[in-house]
Design a protein around this ligand. Structure first.
Ligand SMILES: [Mg+2]
Length: 159
């Protein structure tokens, strides 16, 4: 079954500012593999549409980051929802919207990222430095951690 793949633009796609590692050839192959593709970016929707038009790639959606959940509502018959991005904000909105977050700097290459020779040819700038330093899940776990247990000590001292 198809995957739905949402691409961040800046720092993720080679057309971004700055240029990310995911090339337009990869994006085209993702579509050829039958996946539903589109962009989810801080850029205006019109700017996203212009970018795809200039690339000659037909996409199924172009949304702002906080509207990623609307994409999930729109496409129900999908095996898995991915958002590929480079920052904590990508991770934040991906998890908030029920998407799997794939960090472009560290993700294992998906089949559509390989060319006919089986190579993964990232964009000319490479994968770039890691900017998501700590998973959000870890932060939540820390906040939810129980306080030090003082109850037993109280019983011991008051008899
Ligand atoms: Mg970005």
């Amino acid at each position: 079954m198809a995957h739905l793949i949402s691409f961040d633009i800046d720092g993720t796609l080679v057309t971004g500012n700055g240029p990310g590692p995911i090339t337009l050839e990869m994006v085209r192959r993702a579509a050829e593999h039958g996946h539903i593709i589109g962009s989810c970016s801080d850029r205006t929707v019109q700017d996203q549409k212009n970018m795809w038009a200039a690339a000659g790639i037909e996409v199924s959606f172009t949304v702002n980051k906080h509207r990623l959940d609307s994409v999930k509502e729109q496409y129900a018959d999908v095996e898995i929802y991915y958002h590929i991005g480079d920052t904590n904000m990508d991770q934040h909105y991906a998890l908030l919207s029920g998407f799997e977050f794939l960090q472009v700097q560290t993700m294992d290459p998906h089949p559509w990222m390989h060319n006919e020779a089986g190579e993964v040819l990232w964009g000319p700038e490479g994968r770039g430095p890691l900017s998501v330093t700590e998973p959000i899940q870890t932060l939540e776990r820390r906040v939810a951690a129980p306080p030090v247990n003082a109850v037993e000590d109280d019983f011991a001292t008051t008899g």
